[in-house]
Design a protein around this ligand. Structure first.
Ligand SMILES: [Zn+2]
Ligand SMILES: [Zn+2]
Length: 368
């Protein structure tokens, strides 16, 4: 495998005076800074946003490393990034909810509003979704980005723009926990203590879960999870999924099993353990994306009459709830921000995420 270029190698490629400097993926481990035209508002409801902070997540790093995720293949150079917050720079003639200078969290997937899933209220399942940094659509790692006003969420004064960038992964977690229908007093086991898993634990706690158990194969991640938002943690041993599930139940007084299992890891052993750790009639939600096909304990899922659900991105009300949970002090996202790099050093954020350094690295934008 070719070694990734040193981040310093791109710095010299930055043009001096720029209009809309963008961080572009050209191919595997091949990124460049490109000055693109400032995007135009296409609809009277559109707004132009000066992007100020962007978080980097697994999917961005995956495109950078492999040039594709499943059927989404980077064929043309594509701007990366989709976890952003910024300041409104221009508003279209029909915009009523925002004004220039407003600080917003940016929901980066624009649904068509016309297809069957859109009309049924599940716009995250839109057949014609234009999602940032998913080919062929450019992402948010640019000075400017255009969104319809209703995909921007005004940040209350108590929320920083850095926290605003975390509304994207938090909305993913909100959607997962809503899919699981977590209710007060329930026990929830979350597999994977990366940003989304940690946020699922925090949201489950906010929804009233009385036991929230984080599972991960890395002890340092569990140490963080323990003081962040869980009642306990579990490090799986080199045993079968059933054996690990039994030990997890015993250690946490779960009786016949947990009410809810959430996978935020995408790892096959987690899926197995998740199915086995549930009580009869429990709910399992798949949030993590790992290998596209795995072995699956279908008999246990059937005989326990489990409710099995997928979860994809976020839909109606998820961003709004995410902003609400943080502004009410019920979920802390600040604690997850472990580093910030300058826009000019954007690639460093990718190297850090790949190396598993910290929890969430933000890239600062270019102020107007
Ligand atoms: Zn993401
Ligand atoms: Zn649609």
């Amino acid at each position: 495998m070719p070694s990734p270029p040193r981040p310093s190698s791109c710095r010299k490629l930055i043009p001096r005076r720029t209009q809309n400097l963008s961080f572009v993926l050209e191919g595997i481990h091949k990124v460049k800074f490109e000055d693109r035209p400032v995007p135009q508002l296409k609809d009277p409801h559109d707004v132009l946003i000066n992007v100020r902070y962007t978080g980097i997540c697994g999917s961005d790093v995956h495109y950078w490393e492999h040039g594709a995720i499943g059927q989404f293949v980077v064929k043309e150079p594509m701007v990366l990034g989709h976890e952003s917050a910024g300041v409104i720079s221009q508003v279209g003639s029909a915009v009523t909810s925002l004004k220039v200078g407003d600080r917003v969290a940016m929901e980066p997937g624009i649904a068509c509003r016309r297809c069957e899933p859109c009309k049924s209220g599940k716009y995250n399942l839109c057949e014609n979704m234009a999602f940032a940094a998913t080919p062929p659509y450019d992402g948010t790692l640019a000075k400017y980005y255009v969104l319809p006003e209703d995909f921007c969420y005004k940040l209350p004064e108590t929320l920083s723009l850095e926290e605003g960038a975390l509304m994207e992964p938090l909305s993913v977690a909100v959607h997962i926990v809503r899919q699981a229908q977590v209710s007060p007093g329930q026990s929830v086991v979350v597999f994977g203590a990366g940003p989304v898993g940690l946020l699922c634990a925090a949201v489950a706690t906010a929804f009233g879960a009385s036991k929230v158990i984080a599972v991960d194969i890395q002890q340092p991640r569990l140490d963080f999870a323990k003081q962040y938002a869980t009642t306990s943690t579990f490090l799986p041993g080199k045993a079968s999924a059933q054996e690990n599930a039994e030990r997890l139940k015993k250690e946490n007084d779960l009786g016949t099993g947990a009410d809810v299992a959430i996978d935020a890891s995408g790892a096959e052993p987690s899926v197995h353990t998740g199915i086995h750790v549930l009580r009869n009639g429990g709910t399992y939600v798949q949030g993590g994306m790992g290998r596209s096909e795995i072995q699956f304990p279908i008999m246990a899922a059937c005989s326990k009459e489990l409710t099995l659900k997928g979860s994809f991105r976020y839909g109606s009300g998820d961003y709004k709830l995410a902003v609400g949970l943080v502004s009410e002090g019920r979920v802390n996202v600040k604690q997850l921000i472990t580093g910030t790099v300058k826009f000019e050093e954007a690639e460093r954020a990718f190297l850090e995420v790949k190396a598993g350094k910290g929890i969430k690295t933000l890239i600062t934008g270019i102020n107007e």
